[in-house]
Design a protein around this ligand. Structure first.
Ligand code: ATP
Ligand code: MG
Length: 348
C-alpha cells in the first residue's frame, strides 16, 4: 500500500516516523510496519510484511479496532486509547485509505502517552503545591484581621504585632507570585534594570525580612558581608529574589535540624564577587545538586517535603544570576549543611 500511494519517499517517511506506524490492506494483510512499530510489538518487520494481521500480532483492543475498520464498507478515521502490556498507554489513530473512491486498507499510528501522563502529573502536583502555599499566608492574614476587627485593635501593642505578621505574610504571598511569574517564562531572560549596588545593603534588606522567622526557629542569622566590597551592577529587585530564596531555603532546611546558623559571606577575587549563603541544615546529596536548579524539582527529604515549596526558587535564582552574566552553584553533603554560592562580575 505504501508503494501505491507514493513510492520511495513515502517509504522513507514511514520508516523515519518517530511513532510506531503500520498499514494493512483490505484483506487484513500487513503492507508496512515501521521500525518503531516492530520494536513495540516485538516482531521482525521484514517477516511481518504480507502476513495476515492475526498471524503476526496478538488479538487485543488495537488489532480488533484495526480489523473492524478494515472490514467496514465506508470507514471513517478513528482514534482510540490502547493499553499495551506493562500498562503502556498509547493513542491509536486509524486512518482508512481510499483509492479511486474505494476503501483499500487502514494506516495506523500510535502515540505514546507516557510523556503526557508525566506532564499531567507534574501539573497536578504543581497546582496542589501552589494552592497549599497560597492557603497558609491567606489563612494567617484572615485570622489576624478578624481578631483585630473583633476588638484586638484597641490594644496598640497587639495591633502593631499583628500588623507585622500580616505584613510578613503579604511579603510571602508576593514572593510566591513573583516566583510563579518567573516560572511562567522560564526561557525568557529576565529584563534587567541595572544600577551600581552595594551588596551589603542588599543582604541587610534580605536578612531583616527573615529576622523574626530565624528567631522563632532558634537560628542565628549572620551577615559577614563587608561594606568595602566593590560595587556590583545589578537589578536590585531581581537579585533580592535570589538572596531571599537562598536565605528562605537555608532557614527552612536548617529549621529541620532544630537550631543552627545561616551565614552570608562575600569575597572579591579576580574582578568578581563571590557571595555564599551557608547553613548548618540537613544538606543535600551530591547526586541531587544539578537537579535542584530545575523548575519544580524538590528533593524527597521525608518529613522535609511537608515544608511545602513549589521547587521554583532555585530555578528563578539561576535564571536571574545567569541573566547578570554570573554563575550559581552549591556545595553540600547530607547532614553537613549546604553552601549556595553565586559569582558576579564586579564593577571597575
Ligand atoms: P520555593 O522556593 O518555590 O518556595 P523550594 O524551596 O522547595 O520551593 P527551591 O528553592 O527551588 O524550591 O529548592 C529546590 C529544592 O532544593 C528544595 O525543595 C530542597 O529539596 C533543596 N534545597 C534547596 N536549598 C536547600 C538547603 N539550603 N538545604 C537543603 N536542601 C535544600
Ligand atoms: Mg525555595
Amino acid at each position: 500500500m505504501a508503494k501505491r500511494v507514493g513510492g520511495q519517499l513515502v517509504d522513507a517517511l514511514i520508516e523515519g516516523l518517530s511513532d510506531p506506524a503500520l498499514g494493512v490492506d483490505k484483506s487484513s494483510r500487513i503492507r508496512f510496519l515501521n521500525p518503531r512499530a516492530a520494536e513495540l510489538f516485538g516482531v521482525d518487520a521484514r517477516k511481518a510484511i504480507d502476513k495476515k494481521l492475526w498471524d503476526v500480532l496478538p488479538i487485543d483492543d488495537f488489532t480488533r479496532a484495526l480489523s473492524t475498520l478494515v472490514n467496514e464498507s465506508d470507514p471513517v478515521p478513528k482514534e482510540q486509547m490502547v493499553v499495551f502490556p506493562g500498562d503502556r498507554l498509547f493513542v491509536a489513530q486509524l486512518l482508512p485509505v481510499y483509492s479511486e473512491g474505494r476503501n483499500t486498507g487502514v494506516v495506523a499510528t500510535l502515540k505514546d502517552m507516557a510523556g503526557m501522563q508525566k506532564i499531567e502529573k507534574s501539573i497536578e502536583q504543581f497546582v496542589t503545591d501552589v494552592t497549599r502555599q497560597l492557603k497558609v499566608p491567606l489563612t494567617a492574614i484572615k485570622g489576624f484581621v478578624e481578631t483585630l476587627l473583633e476588638g484586638a485593635y484597641q490594644n496598640a501593642e497587639i495591633t502593631r504585632r499583628f500588623l507585622q505578621v500580616i505584613n510578613e505574610e503579604t511579603n510571602r504571598l508576593t514572593r510566591l507570585v513573583l516566583s510563579l511569574e518567573g516560572a511562567a517564562q522560564p526561557d525568557q531572560t529576565p529584563r534587567l534594570n541595572l544600577r551600581p549596588v552595594q551588596l551589603v545593603s542588599l543582604v541587610e534588606g534580605s536578612l531583616s525580612l527573615f529576622q523574626d522567622t530565624a528567631q522563632e526557629k532558634n537560628i542565628r542569622l549572620v551577615n559577614e558581608v563587608s561594606g568595602d566590597l566593590p560595587l556590583l551592577e545589578l537589578d536590585q529587585e531581581q537579585m533580592r529574589r535570589v538572596l531571599d530564596n537562598l536565605i528562605d531555603n537555608a532557614l527552612k532546611f536548617t529549621g529541620l535540624v532544630g537550631e543552627g546558623t545561616v551565614t552570608v559571606t562575600a569575597t572579591a577575587e579576580n574582578g568578581e564577587v563571590l557571595v555564599s549563603v551557608t547553613d548548618s541544615g540537613i544538606g543535600i546529596e551530591p547526586a541531587e545538586h544539578p537537579r535542584i536548579f530545575d523548575a519544580f524539582y524538590r528533593v524527597e527529604h521525608g518529613p522535609a517535603s511537608e515544608l511545602g515549596g513549589t521547587g521554583l526558587g532555585l530555578s528563578v535564582a539561576r535564571s536571574v544570576v545567569e541573566a547578570h552574566g554570573g554563575r550559581i552553584g552549591v556545595e553540600s553533603e547530607p547532614g553537613r549543611g549546604a553552601s549556595f554560592w553565586f559569582r558576579l562580575k564586579a564593577l571597575g
